[in-house]
Design a protein around this ligand. Structure first.
Ligand SMILES: NC(=O)c1ccc[n+]([C@@H]2O[C@H](COP(=O)([O-])OP(=O)(O)OC[C@H]3O[C@@H](n4cnc5c(N)ncnc54)[C@H](OP(=O)(O)O)[C@@H]3O)[C@@H](O)[C@H]2O)c1
Length: 324
Protein backbone atom coordinates (compact mmCIF):
# COMPACT_ATOMS: atom_id res chain seq x y z
CA UNK A 1 0.00 0.00 0.00
CA UNK A 2 2.95 2.34 -0.54
CA UNK A 3 1.84 3.32 -3.99
CA UNK A 4 -0.75 5.79 -5.22
CA UNK A 5 -4.00 4.38 -6.51
CA UNK A 6 -6.73 5.77 -8.71
CA UNK A 7 -9.68 6.53 -6.47
CA UNK A 8 -12.54 4.67 -8.14
CA UNK A 9 -13.55 6.35 -11.38
CA UNK A 10 -12.40 9.78 -10.29
CA UNK A 11 -9.19 11.20 -11.72
CA UNK A 12 -7.74 11.45 -8.21
CA UNK A 13 -4.47 9.63 -7.54
CA UNK A 14 -4.27 9.07 -3.80
CA UNK A 15 -2.25 7.36 -1.12
CA UNK A 16 -4.02 4.44 0.53
CA UNK A 17 -3.66 6.13 3.88
CA UNK A 18 -5.55 9.39 4.21
CA UNK A 19 -4.74 11.82 7.02
CA UNK A 20 -7.92 12.54 9.02
CA UNK A 21 -8.37 15.85 10.81
CA UNK A 22 -11.46 15.26 12.98
CA UNK A 23 -9.00 15.35 15.92
CA UNK A 24 -9.01 19.14 15.43
CA UNK A 25 -12.60 19.23 16.70
CA UNK A 26 -12.37 20.22 20.41
CA UNK A 27 -16.05 19.36 20.86
CA UNK A 28 -15.19 15.66 20.36
CA UNK A 29 -11.51 15.30 21.16
CA UNK A 30 -10.77 18.15 23.54
CA UNK A 31 -8.03 20.67 22.79
CA UNK A 32 -5.17 19.25 20.71
CA UNK A 33 -1.83 20.84 20.04
CA UNK A 34 -2.00 22.49 16.61
CA UNK A 35 1.80 22.34 16.40
CA UNK A 36 1.75 18.57 16.96
CA UNK A 37 -0.86 18.04 14.27
CA UNK A 38 0.93 20.30 11.78
CA UNK A 39 4.12 18.38 12.47
CA UNK A 40 2.26 15.11 11.90
CA UNK A 41 0.84 16.43 8.61
CA UNK A 42 4.34 17.27 7.46
CA UNK A 43 5.62 13.83 8.43
CA UNK A 44 2.69 12.34 6.50
CA UNK A 45 3.37 14.49 3.43
CA UNK A 46 7.11 13.78 3.47
CA UNK A 47 6.30 10.09 3.91
CA UNK A 48 4.20 10.02 0.74
CA UNK A 49 0.69 10.62 2.05
CA UNK A 50 -1.03 13.02 -0.33
CA UNK A 51 -4.65 12.58 0.77
CA UNK A 52 -6.13 14.74 3.56
CA UNK A 53 -9.63 14.52 4.96
CA UNK A 54 -11.44 17.34 6.70
CA UNK A 55 -14.94 18.82 7.06
CA UNK A 56 -16.80 22.07 7.50
CA UNK A 57 -17.97 20.65 10.81
CA UNK A 58 -14.60 19.77 12.37
CA UNK A 59 -14.08 22.43 14.98
CA UNK A 60 -16.67 24.52 13.10
CA UNK A 61 -14.11 25.40 10.44
CA UNK A 62 -10.99 25.27 12.60
CA UNK A 63 -9.74 22.00 11.06
CA UNK A 64 -10.07 23.39 7.53
CA UNK A 65 -8.13 26.48 8.58
CA UNK A 66 -5.31 24.36 9.98
CA UNK A 67 -5.29 22.24 6.82
CA UNK A 68 -5.14 25.48 4.79
CA UNK A 69 -2.18 26.65 6.87
CA UNK A 70 -0.42 23.33 6.28
CA UNK A 71 -1.08 23.40 2.52
CA UNK A 72 -0.04 27.00 2.01
CA UNK A 73 3.52 26.17 0.88
CA UNK A 74 2.75 22.85 -0.84
CA UNK A 75 2.56 22.52 -4.63
CA UNK A 76 -1.11 22.21 -5.59
CA UNK A 77 -0.64 19.06 -7.65
CA UNK A 78 0.97 17.21 -4.74
CA UNK A 79 -2.05 16.81 -2.48
CA UNK A 80 -5.70 15.80 -2.67
CA UNK A 81 -8.25 17.36 -0.35
CA UNK A 82 -11.51 15.81 0.71
CA UNK A 83 -13.93 17.93 2.68
CA UNK A 84 -17.60 17.70 3.62
CA UNK A 85 -20.67 19.85 3.91
CA UNK A 86 -23.85 19.41 5.94
CA UNK A 87 -24.47 21.77 8.85
CA UNK A 88 -26.01 25.14 9.15
CA UNK A 89 -24.13 26.83 11.98
CA UNK A 90 -25.90 29.25 14.32
CA UNK A 91 -23.97 32.02 16.08
CA UNK A 92 -24.66 30.34 19.44
CA UNK A 93 -22.78 27.20 18.32
CA UNK A 94 -25.87 25.09 17.62
CA UNK A 95 -26.30 23.52 14.18
CA UNK A 96 -28.86 21.80 12.02
CA UNK A 97 -28.79 19.89 8.73
CA UNK A 98 -28.89 22.00 5.59
CA UNK A 99 -28.04 20.71 2.16
CA UNK A 100 -30.25 23.23 0.40
CA UNK A 101 -28.65 24.55 -2.81
CA UNK A 102 -27.99 28.07 -1.53
CA UNK A 103 -26.42 26.77 1.64
CA UNK A 104 -24.15 24.27 -0.13
CA UNK A 105 -22.94 27.02 -2.48
CA UNK A 106 -22.26 29.40 0.40
CA UNK A 107 -20.43 26.80 2.48
CA UNK A 108 -18.33 25.73 -0.48
CA UNK A 109 -17.10 29.30 -0.97
CA UNK A 110 -16.24 29.61 2.72
CA UNK A 111 -14.46 26.26 2.70
CA UNK A 112 -12.41 27.12 -0.39
CA UNK A 113 -11.26 30.33 1.29
CA UNK A 114 -10.31 28.55 4.51
CA UNK A 115 -8.39 25.89 2.64
CA UNK A 116 -6.75 28.50 0.40
CA UNK A 117 -7.45 26.56 -2.79
CA UNK A 118 -9.52 27.11 -5.92
CA UNK A 119 -10.91 23.61 -6.25
CA UNK A 120 -11.90 21.03 -3.66
CA UNK A 121 -10.80 17.67 -5.03
CA UNK A 122 -13.52 15.64 -3.36
CA UNK A 123 -16.65 17.13 -1.81
CA UNK A 124 -18.82 14.87 0.32
CA UNK A 125 -22.29 15.20 1.79
CA UNK A 126 -21.36 14.56 5.43
CA UNK A 127 -24.74 13.04 6.37
CA UNK A 128 -28.16 12.57 4.81
CA UNK A 129 -30.47 15.58 4.85
CA UNK A 130 -34.09 14.34 4.68
CA UNK A 131 -35.48 17.79 3.90
CA UNK A 132 -33.78 18.62 0.61
CA UNK A 133 -34.76 16.93 -2.64
CA UNK A 134 -32.14 14.61 -4.04
CA UNK A 135 -32.40 16.33 -7.42
CA UNK A 136 -31.70 19.75 -5.92
CA UNK A 137 -28.68 18.51 -3.99
CA UNK A 138 -27.29 16.74 -7.04
CA UNK A 139 -27.88 19.70 -9.39
CA UNK A 140 -26.00 21.92 -6.96
CA UNK A 141 -23.03 19.57 -6.83
CA UNK A 142 -23.01 19.34 -10.63
CA UNK A 143 -23.06 23.14 -10.82
CA UNK A 144 -20.09 23.41 -8.45
CA UNK A 145 -18.27 20.88 -10.60
CA UNK A 146 -19.04 22.80 -13.80
CA UNK A 147 -17.77 25.97 -12.12
CA UNK A 148 -14.52 24.24 -11.20
CA UNK A 149 -15.09 24.66 -7.49
CA UNK A 150 -15.08 20.89 -6.89
CA UNK A 151 -13.59 18.07 -8.94
CA UNK A 152 -15.66 15.11 -7.72
CA UNK A 153 -18.34 14.47 -5.16
CA UNK A 154 -19.80 11.71 -3.03
CA UNK A 155 -21.38 10.88 0.30
CA UNK A 156 -20.51 9.95 3.84
CA UNK A 157 -22.76 8.19 6.36
CA UNK A 158 -25.42 7.42 3.75
CA UNK A 159 -27.15 4.07 3.50
CA UNK A 160 -26.92 2.01 0.37
CA UNK A 161 -30.52 2.96 -0.45
CA UNK A 162 -29.81 6.67 -0.03
CA UNK A 163 -26.71 6.43 -2.20
CA UNK A 164 -28.51 4.38 -4.85
CA UNK A 165 -31.30 6.95 -4.99
CA UNK A 166 -28.88 9.89 -5.20
CA UNK A 167 -27.03 8.24 -8.06
CA UNK A 168 -30.17 8.51 -10.18
CA UNK A 169 -29.69 12.29 -10.05
CA UNK A 170 -25.95 12.84 -10.07
CA UNK A 171 -22.51 11.38 -10.64
CA UNK A 172 -21.63 10.40 -7.07
CA UNK A 173 -18.20 8.82 -7.31
CA UNK A 174 -17.08 8.28 -3.72
CA UNK A 175 -18.20 7.16 -0.28
CA UNK A 176 -16.78 7.64 3.18
CA UNK A 177 -18.42 5.10 5.52
CA UNK A 178 -17.61 3.98 9.03
CA UNK A 179 -15.69 0.70 8.91
CA UNK A 180 -13.32 -1.20 11.11
CA UNK A 181 -12.65 -4.89 11.64
CA UNK A 182 -15.13 -4.74 14.53
CA UNK A 183 -17.71 -2.62 12.69
CA UNK A 184 -18.19 -4.48 9.45
CA UNK A 185 -21.87 -3.87 8.65
CA UNK A 186 -21.15 -2.31 5.26
CA UNK A 187 -19.63 -5.56 4.01
CA UNK A 188 -23.20 -6.79 3.52
CA UNK A 189 -24.38 -4.19 1.05
CA UNK A 190 -22.50 -0.94 0.60
CA UNK A 191 -19.04 -2.36 -0.10
CA UNK A 192 -20.15 -4.90 -2.74
CA UNK A 193 -22.24 -2.15 -4.39
CA UNK A 194 -19.25 0.21 -4.43
CA UNK A 195 -17.00 -2.43 -5.90
CA UNK A 196 -19.56 -3.27 -8.59
CA UNK A 197 -19.86 0.41 -9.55
CA UNK A 198 -16.17 1.24 -9.03
CA UNK A 199 -16.91 3.96 -6.48
CA UNK A 200 -13.99 5.32 -4.50
CA UNK A 201 -14.19 4.02 -0.93
CA UNK A 202 -12.38 5.74 1.94
CA UNK A 203 -13.34 4.16 5.26
CA UNK A 204 -13.20 6.16 8.46
CA UNK A 205 -12.35 5.10 12.03
CA UNK A 206 -10.39 2.02 10.86
CA UNK A 207 -8.77 1.77 14.31
CA UNK A 208 -12.20 2.10 15.89
CA UNK A 209 -11.27 5.46 17.41
CA UNK A 210 -8.10 4.11 18.96
CA UNK A 211 -9.60 0.91 20.37
CA UNK A 212 -7.85 -1.35 17.81
CA UNK A 213 -4.41 0.15 18.37
CA UNK A 214 -3.66 -2.32 21.15
CA UNK A 215 -2.88 0.32 23.77
CA UNK A 216 -6.02 -0.05 25.85
CA UNK A 217 -6.75 -2.59 28.59
CA UNK A 218 -10.42 -1.70 29.01
CA UNK A 219 -9.89 0.05 32.34
CA UNK A 220 -9.06 3.49 30.98
CA UNK A 221 -11.40 6.43 31.35
CA UNK A 222 -11.78 9.25 28.88
CA UNK A 223 -12.51 12.94 28.99
CA UNK A 224 -13.25 13.19 25.24
CA UNK A 225 -16.34 11.88 23.39
CA UNK A 226 -15.27 8.30 24.14
CA UNK A 227 -16.55 8.74 27.71
CA UNK A 228 -20.03 8.25 26.19
CA UNK A 229 -19.15 5.74 23.47
CA UNK A 230 -20.59 2.27 24.26
CA UNK A 231 -17.49 0.41 23.03
CA UNK A 232 -15.36 2.26 25.58
CA UNK A 233 -17.54 1.39 28.58
CA UNK A 234 -17.58 -1.40 31.16
CA UNK A 235 -17.47 -5.09 30.26
CA UNK A 236 -17.73 -4.41 26.55
CA UNK A 237 -14.61 -2.24 26.58
CA UNK A 238 -12.70 -4.91 28.54
CA UNK A 239 -13.78 -7.68 26.16
CA UNK A 240 -12.77 -5.81 23.04
CA UNK A 241 -9.49 -4.62 24.54
CA UNK A 242 -8.64 -8.23 25.51
CA UNK A 243 -9.47 -9.52 22.05
CA UNK A 244 -7.22 -6.86 20.53
CA UNK A 245 -4.35 -7.99 22.77
CA UNK A 246 -4.80 -11.49 21.35
CA UNK A 247 -3.66 -10.13 17.99
CA UNK A 248 -0.14 -9.67 19.30
CA UNK A 249 1.34 -13.03 18.16
CA UNK A 250 0.05 -12.44 14.63
CA UNK A 251 1.40 -8.90 14.66
CA UNK A 252 4.79 -10.21 15.77
CA UNK A 253 4.75 -12.83 13.03
CA UNK A 254 4.59 -9.98 10.48
CA UNK A 255 6.93 -7.74 12.51
CA UNK A 256 4.15 -5.22 12.83
CA UNK A 257 2.51 -3.49 15.75
CA UNK A 258 -1.11 -4.35 16.45
CA UNK A 259 -2.09 -0.99 14.95
CA UNK A 260 -0.20 -1.80 11.75
CA UNK A 261 -1.62 -5.32 11.54
CA UNK A 262 -5.17 -3.96 11.82
CA UNK A 263 -4.54 -1.22 9.25
CA UNK A 264 -2.93 -3.63 6.80
CA UNK A 265 -5.79 -6.13 7.20
CA UNK A 266 -8.41 -3.39 6.76
CA UNK A 267 -6.88 -2.34 3.46
CA UNK A 268 -7.02 -5.92 2.15
CA UNK A 269 -10.75 -5.63 1.45
CA UNK A 270 -11.06 -5.43 -2.34
CA UNK A 271 -13.63 -2.63 -2.26
CA UNK A 272 -11.66 -0.40 0.11
CA UNK A 273 -9.27 2.00 -1.59
CA UNK A 274 -8.27 4.12 1.37
CA UNK A 275 -8.28 4.13 5.17
CA UNK A 276 -8.74 7.53 6.81
CA UNK A 277 -6.75 7.47 10.03
CA UNK A 278 -7.17 9.92 12.89
CA UNK A 279 -3.88 11.41 14.01
CA UNK A 280 -2.82 13.53 16.97
CA UNK A 281 0.96 13.58 16.64
CA UNK A 282 3.91 12.63 14.47
CA UNK A 283 4.53 9.28 16.16
CA UNK A 284 1.01 8.14 15.35
CA UNK A 285 1.36 8.84 11.64
CA UNK A 286 4.83 7.26 11.59
CA UNK A 287 3.24 4.08 12.88
CA UNK A 288 0.59 4.23 10.15
CA UNK A 289 3.30 4.73 7.53
CA UNK A 290 4.95 1.55 8.78
CA UNK A 291 1.94 -0.48 7.64
CA UNK A 292 2.37 0.45 4.00
CA UNK A 293 2.98 -2.37 1.61
CA UNK A 294 2.03 -4.99 4.20
CA UNK A 295 -0.60 -7.65 3.78
CA UNK A 296 -1.48 -10.91 5.51
CA UNK A 297 -2.03 -14.39 4.20
CA UNK A 298 -5.69 -15.24 3.69
CA UNK A 299 -5.51 -17.62 6.64
CA UNK A 300 -4.07 -14.96 8.93
CA UNK A 301 -6.53 -12.35 7.72
CA UNK A 302 -9.39 -14.59 8.82
CA UNK A 303 -7.58 -15.41 12.05
CA UNK A 304 -7.59 -11.66 12.78
CA UNK A 305 -11.29 -11.47 11.97
CA UNK A 306 -12.00 -14.43 14.25
CA UNK A 307 -10.05 -12.96 17.15
CA UNK A 308 -11.95 -9.71 16.76
CA UNK A 309 -15.32 -11.42 16.74
CA UNK A 310 -16.49 -10.24 20.11
CA UNK A 311 -19.94 -10.73 21.61
CA UNK A 312 -20.80 -13.72 19.42
CA UNK A 313 -22.36 -11.93 16.48
CA UNK A 314 -19.27 -11.86 14.28
CA UNK A 315 -19.10 -8.14 14.62
CA UNK A 316 -19.67 -5.29 16.95
CA UNK A 317 -22.50 -3.03 15.93
CA UNK A 318 -21.81 0.44 14.68
CA UNK A 319 -22.61 3.27 16.99
CA UNK A 320 -25.65 4.94 15.54
CA UNK A 321 -26.43 8.59 15.63
CA UNK A 322 -22.91 9.96 15.84
CA UNK A 323 -22.67 13.50 14.61
CA UNK A 324 -19.48 15.30 13.71
N1 LIG B 1 -17.30 11.09 7.72
C1 LIG B 1 -17.48 11.03 9.01
O1 LIG B 1 -18.58 11.17 9.54
C2 LIG B 1 -16.29 10.75 9.87
C3 LIG B 1 -16.47 10.35 11.20
C4 LIG B 1 -15.33 10.09 11.98
C5 LIG B 1 -14.07 10.24 11.42
N2 LIG B 1 -13.93 10.67 10.13
C6 LIG B 1 -12.60 10.89 9.53
O2 LIG B 1 -11.82 9.75 9.71
C7 LIG B 1 -10.65 10.06 10.48
C8 LIG B 1 -10.31 8.87 11.31
O3 LIG B 1 -11.37 8.54 12.19
P1 LIG B 1 -11.08 8.35 13.73
O4 LIG B 1 -10.47 9.55 14.24
O5 LIG B 1 -12.30 7.85 14.37
O6 LIG B 1 -9.98 7.23 13.57
P2 LIG B 1 -9.15 6.10 14.09
O7 LIG B 1 -7.99 6.16 13.18
O8 LIG B 1 -9.97 4.87 14.17
O9 LIG B 1 -8.74 6.52 15.59
C9 LIG B 1 -7.98 7.65 15.81
C10 LIG B 1 -7.48 7.70 17.25
O10 LIG B 1 -6.64 6.60 17.50
C11 LIG B 1 -5.55 7.00 18.32
N3 LIG B 1 -4.34 6.70 17.54
C12 LIG B 1 -4.06 7.07 16.27
N4 LIG B 1 -2.88 6.60 15.87
C13 LIG B 1 -2.40 5.88 16.89
C14 LIG B 1 -1.21 5.14 17.08
N5 LIG B 1 -0.30 5.03 16.12
N6 LIG B 1 -1.04 4.51 18.26
C15 LIG B 1 -1.95 4.61 19.24
N7 LIG B 1 -3.09 5.31 19.12
C16 LIG B 1 -3.32 5.95 17.95
C17 LIG B 1 -5.70 8.48 18.58
O11 LIG B 1 -6.46 8.71 19.78
P3 LIG B 1 -5.83 8.55 21.23
O12 LIG B 1 -4.35 8.77 21.08
O13 LIG B 1 -6.51 9.56 22.07
O14 LIG B 1 -6.22 7.15 21.61
C18 LIG B 1 -6.60 8.92 17.46
O15 LIG B 1 -7.37 10.03 17.82
C19 LIG B 1 -11.02 11.35 11.23
O16 LIG B 1 -9.91 12.11 11.62
C20 LIG B 1 -11.85 12.05 10.18
O17 LIG B 1 -11.02 12.68 9.24
C21 LIG B 1 -15.01 10.90 9.35
Amino acid sequence: MGERITFGETDLEVSRICFGTWQLSPRFWGEQSKADILEAMNVAFDGGINFFDTADAYGDGYAEMVVGEFLADKPRDEYVICTKVFNHFNPDGSRYPDLSPKHIRERCDIQLKRLGIETIDLYLLHLFDPLTSLAEISDTLELLKDQGRIRAYGVSNHTLEQLGALRRFGDYEAVQPLYSLIATDIENGLLPYCEAHNLGVMVYSPLHKGLLTGKYTGTETFTDFRQHHPDFQGERFVKIARAVQNLRPLAEKYELSIYQLVLAATLMHPAIHVAVVGIKNADQIREALGARGKSLSREDYFAVRKILTVDGGGKIQDTKGERK
